[in-house]
Design a protein around this ligand. Structure first.
Ligand code: VG1
Ligand code: CO
Length: 544
């Protein structure tokens, strides 16, 4: 066997962010760049000899060459078997499903998620551990530390594997099994949801659905499940073919980047239900006819109606949300008498709670919802969950959400992103805010009085690990909140995220546009932090 030890040198900055290592594609294409990072991952794998690994990606440019390199490195590093998605395709939730089902030691997912792809776009590597979830901080720190001292990596000299042909091939001492990308995932969905009812809904000739796969990874999953299995008409899934550059689009399912879908849903004769997913299939946006469901409300609603869905009929152990996610779900949890946990941003923080059976559902304001069925957020799962609720209640999306507000009150919510900000200035702004925190409590800002102001710190209730500086929070006496943090997924300068939340108990005041309802808080956010001055922008680049 021809195993080579290649001498290399560390690259600066191979530090995984909120979700994996993301860089412009051209950085990944540099000699040894990908190889160094992969070797560092192997270095953290406790017992890789003979073990199984899952490998796939969202199909973006450089996916296939990267898979060939990683396979040869796996073979040289003593792995026993690698399960690869056909054509190199695996959505993030499908990879999580495979890791768990086939007791793999972990998985490597090639994706920069919602960041654009292509030779001038971004590429990324996510590493998930044996529970199927994103590597926790102690693992990503160990990976990063190794990238700083790496001197060599191992790779097998061999021909490329045919990634399009299903079946098992020998690669050195290792087996490569090319698997259908959708089968196992589709089967899991069938175990959780009432497919007979869904089929009736989607074929009743009245209910119309539009799913925008944004030329990203969910196309084949949505076509198989929604069109082939559940009988929705062909064409229900739009932009269903994964493209290396996502058709030039930005595969982020929000009102700005999924505007085509928004236009389809925001017309009087539009479909009853619309949904979109991101690059790697873990995010979802839910729309009704002329109606946008905020992701925080979506989590609250799924929690309230979970008992209608077969996979969750037995009740929920608890729920969790990321800190900036609105407190709408807290109110539902309270009513159900279950715990609601608040974690830092990033799915990796839900892993321990899920593994310890403390929570069943989790969600983030960034269009991410999921459950204990895998250890990732799961876009198509959320869509099926919604459809299951719609099928059982026979209500429209708008009715369900407005009824929910009437019962629990509405948590008006919005996130403002300032993208491409100078990193130095953005960091300075956060530092200034930190320095100000102690002076804020009891201060009156417009009609609001500050109750607390801090930098969110989280102690994991299961392993006791502490994560500090997870976002500046300003809480007001009426329960409203203002949160500032810097994104950990961008690759160009800094992205400042500002989150605003305000609670409205009164039914006749719940019908406002969120930007209108939050106008004063939006102004206070600028006043406290100097957003316009720091960013040099008059308004955010993205509002969700
Ligand atoms: C963003 C979101 C966060 C999400 C993360 C990864 O992180 O805010 O909620 O978990 O992306 O999502 P940040 O650090 O940019 O705010 V994905 O779909 O890229 O795995
Ligand atoms: Co994603």
């Amino acid at each position: 066997m021809n195993i080579h030890t290649i001498v290399t040198q560390p690259f600066a900055g191979q530090k995984p962010g909120t979700s994996g290592l993301r860089k412009p594609t051209q950085i990944f294409q540099q000699r040894n760049y990908l190889e160094n990072f992969i070797q560092a991952i192997f270095q953290t794998l406790p017992e890789r000899d003979g073990a199984t690994l899952v490998l796939g990606g969202d199909g973006r440019f450089y996916n296939r060459p990267a898979i060939q390199i990683i396979l040869k490195m796996c073979a040289a590093n003593g792995l026993g078997k690698v399960l690869v998605g056909q054509g190199g395709i695996l959505s993030t939730p499908a990879a999580s499903c495979l890791i768990r089902k086939y007791q793999a030691i972990g998985g490597i997912i090639l994706s920069a998620s919602h960041n654009p792809g292509g030779p001038d776009g971004d590429f990324g590597v996510k590493f998930n551990t044996s529970n199927g979830g994103p590597a926790p901080e102690k693992v990503t720190t160990a990976i990063y530390e190794f990238t700083q001292i790496i001197q060599s990596y191992q790779i097998l000299e061999a021909n490329d594997i045919n990634l399009d042909k299903l079946g098992t091939t020998q690669l050195g001492m290792m087996q490569v099994e090319v698997m259908d990308s959708v089968d196992d995932y589709a089967q899991l969905m069938q175990e959780l949801f009432d497919f007979d009812r869904l089929r009736k809904l989607l074929t009743n000739g009245q209910f119309r659905l539009c799913f925008d796969a944004m030329h990203a990874v969910t196309g084949p999953y949505a076509q198989r499940i929604l069109e082939h299995t559940l009988g929705a008409p062909v064409g229900t899934v739009i932009h269903g073919v994964p493209l290396e550059d996502f058709g030039g689009g930005h595969p982020d399912p929000n009102l700005v980047y999924a505007h085509e879908l928004v236009e389809i849903l925001f017309q009087d004769a539009g479909p009853n239900f619309g949904a979109a997913s991101d690059g790697d299939g873990d995010r979802n946006m839910i729309l009704g006819r002329n109606f946008f469901v905020s992701p925080s409300d979506s989590l609250a609603l799924l929690t309230a109606y979970a008992h209608l869905v077969p996979g969750y009929r037995q009740g929920l152990a608890g729920v969790a949300r990321s800190m900036p996610t609105s407190q709408a779900v807290d109110r539902v949890a309270k009513k159900l008498g279950i715990n609601c946990y608040e974690t830092p941003t990033g799915w990796k923080f839900f892993g321990n709670l899920l593994d310890a059976s403390k929570v069943t559902l989790c969600g983030e304001e960034s269009f991410g919802t999921g459950s204990n069925h895998v250890r990732e957020k799961d876009g198509l799962w959320a869509v099926l969950f919604w459809l299951n609720i719609l099928a059982v209640t026979e209500k429209s999306v708008a009715e369900l959400v407005t009824n929910h507000w009437r019962e629990y009150g509405r948590n008006y919510y919005s996130r403002h992103d300032y993208e491409g900000v100078d990193s130095g200035r953005a960091n300075q702004m956060i530092q200034k805010l930190r320095a100000k925190l102690a002076t804020l409590p009891h201060q009156k800002l417009g009609n609001y009085t500050v109750q607390y102001a801090d930098d969110f710190s989280y102690q994991d209730p299961i392993d006791g690990s502490v994560s500090e500086q997870q976002g500046i929070r300003i809480g007001f006496t009426d329960g409203s909140r203002l949160i500032y943090r810097l994104s950990g997924t961008g690759t160009q300068g800094a992205t400042v995220r500002v989150y605003m939340e305000q609670y409205e108990p009164e039914g006749n005041k719940q019908g406002l546009d969120a930007q209108v309802a939050l106008a004063e808080l939006i102004q206070i956010a600028d006043q406290v932090a100097g957003l316009r001055e720091t960013t040099g922008m008059e308004r955010p680049t993205v509002i969700t």
